[in-house]
Ligand binder design. Structure first.
Ligand SMILES: [Zn+2]
Length: 104
């Protein structure tokens, strides 16, 4: 898969992992790219529910967050144009793979 730039490729590869990543998902009838941040890999998030909390945590306290993007933050490519240039079958595979990383 050829993305717009190496940095975009790396962040798509890091989907679901701790730190920053991109996920590609369906939004209505179109595909979109979301920048996600996570404190840990998604498979370890359930461990955080069992932590003893005795301190005064910030409110809100988030272990993950995401924001839709319209342009690649590294090269400036328009995301909508870029996604439309990708083979739909390949894009559907990525969307399916990233479905487990979606935030509600
Ligand atoms: Zn790019």
């Amino acid at each position: 898969m050829n993305y717009c730039c190496d940095q975009f490729d790396w962040l798509v590869s890091d989907a679901g992992k701790a730190g920053l990543s991109f996920i590609i998902r369906k939004v209505g009838d179109t595909n979109g790219v979301f920048l996600q941040s996570r404190v840990c890999d998604i498979q370890h998030e359930s461990k955080l529910r069992n932590l003893p909390v005795n301190g005064d945590l910030p409110n809100p306290f988030r272990i993950s967050a995401q924001q839709g993007i319209r342009h690649c933050p590294f090269c400036g490519k328009n995301i909508k144009d870029f996604l439309e240039s990708i083979d739909q079958g390949i894009l559907d595979e990525i969307v399916y793979k990233h479905k487990s990383f979606e935030m509600k």
